[in-house]
Design a binder for this molecule. Structure first.
Ligand code: GLY
Length: 405
């Protein structure tokens, strides 16, 4: 991942400190700086988290889950904004990020898998989403190197991908070019006066004051000290392991491939340079980022089952990252109970996909104090317990009487 020391040092307090230099934090920082705010980003290892490990699948339709229709709306909105967001980013940094509008083919390898894909397609139809059922021969016509054991699939022409490493490196570059100070240190504590946020304290005890703080530290967002209990984001790490393969010749597949293999899911994202990203596990193992033999074995076994030529590829890298999961799998976007503290975290499986709506939506909120309508269903306040709400109401009542209202 890219190295680089602290850049853009300043003498006065910024309008906004963003804690976290992954895709969410950098998107917020970039869009906020472009909209005229003075921004500082703090992270001990910029791009050292889940965004670097991710595959960059932009797949709101093939990754749709039952009961997540509200999240689907947000995902589709962000997917629609991706081309313009990428164009502006590429313009800002003067290089491409490999946003590939290649579509996704989801395939089944046995009768049970085919039934499951059929149900997904029926769900797509019910929601009016673009998705086409294909027989085994039609699948192989699109992807000639698919295994003869593929039983059929669905083609989703609008599910794309971006090279996560090119994209997030470009964001880091764009942030710096926009004059944002990037401090390579850990923000260990939130400074508050009990009512509103004042800034953050770094691990060397340096205090960094700011008008507003955005917590965008992915799976580590809950571990910043000093958060009032009802502002602690309900995020937990969900481990994802991936294998990056490569070959010097032409790639094996021309579009994203997702497969159900005897009930287990695998995806293959082909890059232009011949890299094939195979992912991903979803494991509840706390902070553990060890790459395990079992995960690599299962990913490769399932990948080979759908594209036998995968056996010939070189293993270039194995990696593991921690997705920030939330109780409803949807992100936490917007103000908290602590004045001046905003969350941009909990993106779970959709960090890359949600970059445009996260960046623009949170930047708009920071500038105007108004939460854009598309972010409203994802307010962090949706997880407040009735008790916390009661406390907030009582505090508001105390305020009113103290002011003689
Ligand atoms: N969206 C892909 C993943 O989370 O593995």
């Amino acid at each position: 991942m890219p190295a680089g020391g602290t850049t853009g040092e300043r003498s006065s307090a910024p309008d906004v400190i963003v804690v976290g230099a992954g895709v969410a934090g950098l998107s917020v920082a970039w869009r906020s700086a472009v909209s005229g705010l003075d921004v500082c980003v703090i992270d001990p290892r910029p791009l050292g988290g889940a965004s670097w490990v991710a595959a960059g699948m932009l797949a709101p339709v093939t990754e749709l889950h039952y009961g997540e229709e509200a999240l689907l709306e947000l995902n589709l909105t962000s997917a629609r904004r991706f081309p313009a967001f990428v164009a502006e980013l590429e313009e800002a940094v003067g290089r491409g990020v490999e946003y590939l509008q290649c579509g996704t083919l989801a395939v089944a390898t046995d009768a049970g898998d085919r039934e499951a894909l059929g149900e997904l397609h029926a769900f797509h139809q019910k929601l009016g989403l673009e998705s086409e059922v294909l027989g085994p021969r039609e699948c192989r016509r699109l992807e000639p190197l698919l295994s003869p054991s593929v039983r059929g699939g669905i083609l989703v022409a609008g599910d794309h991908q971006v090279d996560n490493r090119l994209f997030t490196s470009a964001l880091l570059d764009a942030v710096r070019r926009a004059g944002v100070e990037v401090v390579e240190a850990a923000a260990v504590e939130l400074d508050t006066d009990g009512r509103r946020v004042l800034g953050v304290t770094l691990s060397d005890r340096t205090r960094r004051p700011a008008g507003q703080v955005v917590l965008a530290a992915g799976a580590a967002s809950a571990s910043v000290g000093g958060l009032p209990p009802d502002a602690v984001p309900p995020v937990r790490p969900v481990k994802g392991q991936l294998v990056r393969l490569g070959a010097s010749g032409p790639g094996l597949i021309g579009r994203n491939l997702r497969a159900l293999v005897a009930g287990s899911e695998v995806y293959l994202a082909p890059r232009r340079d011949g890299t094939l990203v195979v992912g991903a596990t979803a494991e509840e193992r706390g902070e553990d980022t060890a790459v395990t033999a079992g995960a690599v074995y299962c990913l490769l076994r399932d990948a080979v089952r759908v594209v036998p030529g995968v056996t010939e590829l070189e293993v270039r890298e194995t990696c593991a990252g921690l997705r920030p999961g939330t109780p409803d799998n949807a992100p936490l976007l917007g103000p908290t109970t602590l004045e001046g503290l905003t969350l941009a975290t909990g993106h779970y499986r959709n960090g890359l996909l949600l970059a445009p709506v996260t960046g623009d939506g949170i930047a708009a909120y920071l500038s105007s104090g108004q939460v854009p309508p598309e972010l409203a269903p994802f307010s962090p306040l949706r997880f407040r317990t009735p008790r916390a709400e009661q406390r907030t109401q009582t505090a508001a009542g105390d305020d009113a009487s103290a002011l003689g209202r």
